[in-house]
Ligand binder design. Structure first.
Ligand SMILES: NC(=O)c1ccc[n+]([C@@H]2O[C@H](COP(=O)([O-])OP(=O)(O)OC[C@H]3O[C@@H](n4cnc5c(N)ncnc54)[C@H](O)[C@@H]3O)[C@@H](O)[C@H]2O)c1
Length: 340
């Protein structure tokens, strides 16, 4: 594996051929896209996913590659299963997570067990059974909390404002610690809002955008909370997958944390307008911010992703309009697999 990828697509394509790769959360939104990309690069792919119904796993996400991956229906909280699974793999993309911010407030211990304790036990399993395994962890911009300055780079203070953010932060730091102290080549990607085909649309547990997509496909109005002035950035899932691949294929990533981002900073109000325009139907209703959401809203956020651009040569390629078009087209065709 080379020290710097610098957009070398050929290197990236070759880096995973024949590699034994494990993906936790592999039946979820991003994990399944990653699995598809790895199968195309001839990797030997094993997925682990609990398929807990309230979470984002969906077997249809694996449509077309189900015969080319191994799927282990197991929970990352099960130390025995994970100990066995990490043993035989060279690369571990660690994406399994409880993703709902509101659920983390109403049921904080489940979030703690999955996003914090299980992360530590998986790393302990790697340390004992397979300390040379490369690990890429799916972290989140939520750990910054409310931005003190914009754009947010990796040196921005971490001050999460919900239980999920605190547990994801701990999960991320365990990964970095195990790299620095034990030399296990881990790194973390701090994802911003990631969207695309296969994203959670049945409810707002992952993001409001998923619900908007579903309602637009149904021809229903979409709701914007408050004035919708909050600025955000978005990453299309193919670009996020590209970042995961680069992070695993590049020696320069060990012990690092990287922001992902998007080039189009947009207010939620303008995003709603764009989504309605792209869908060709639907209307926007402004409604008061639900108090439980307002209490954990991070306000404006957009990332500075210079660190990953300079270290791994990553940058986003799919524009928001294009990404929304592809996402809406996917759900128009496959909605029966995602909501009744
Ligand atoms: N989608 C985003 O915008 C976004 C933003 C920031 C961070 N992330 C992080 O990226 C990762 C993947 O997110 P996603 O958007 O694909 O979500 P997702 O819900 O579609 O995927 C997560 C997967 O993890 C599985 N899972 C959950 N708990 C598990 C457990 N205990 N054992 C085994 N599997 C379990 C779920 O079944 C699901 O398939 C998560 O860790 C999330 O925190 C995502």
């Amino acid at each position: 594996m080379r020290s710097r990828v610098e957009g070398d697509r050929e290197h990236l394509d070759r880096a995973f051929a024949g590699k034994r790769v494990l993906i936790s959360g592999g039946a979820g939104f991003i994990g399944s896209h990653l699995a598809r990309a790895l199968v195309a690069r001839k990797a030997d792919v094993t997925l682990v996913d609990s398929l807990i119904p309230e979470y984002g796993g969906n077997l249809f996400n694996l449509h077309g590659i189900e015969d080319r991956v191994r799927l282990n229906i197991a929970d990352v909280r099960d130390e025995h299963s994970m100990k066995y699974l990490v043993k035989s793999h060279q690369v571990f993309f660690n994406l399994a997570g409880q993703t709902s911010h509101l659920d983390s407030m109403s049921d904080p211990y489940t979030d703690l067990d999955i996003n914090c304790r299980a992360q530590l036990s998986m790393l302990e399993a790697c340390r004992k059974e397979n300390p040379t395994i490369r690990i890429v962890f799916a972290s989140t911009r939520q750990i910054y909390g409310k931005a003190a300055r914009l754009p947010v780079d990796e040196r921005h203070p971490l001050a999460p404002i919900d239980v999920n953010g605190i547990n994801k932060m701990a999960g991320e730091w365990y990964h970095v610690l195990f790299s620095r102290v034990y030399g296990i080549p881990t790194c973390a990607l701090r994802l911003t809002n990631t969207y695309g085909p296969g994203m959670r649309v049945k409810d707002a547990r992952q993001t409001f955008l998923g619900v908007w997509i579903r309602r637009l496909v149904e021809g229903e109005p979409i709701e914007v909370y408050g004035d919708g002035e909050q600025l955000r950035d978005f990453t299309f899932v193919d670009d996020a997958v590209d970042a995961f691949l680069r992070a695993a294929a590049c020696d320069g990533s060990a012990g690092e944390v990287f922001n992902l981002g998007g080039d189009e900073r947009i207010s939620l109000r303008d995003l709603a307008r764009l989504a309605v325009e792209v869908a060709g139907q639907g209307e926007i209703h402004h409604v008061p911010f639900p108090p439980a959401r307002k209490a954990i809203d991070i306000g404006d956020y957009y990332a500075d992703y210079a660190h990953i651009r300079e270290t791994l040569g990553w940058m986003p390629h799919v524009a928001l309009r294009e990404g929304l078009t592809r996402t809406l087209a996917f759900y128009r065709q496959h909605r029966a697999h995602y909501w009744a």
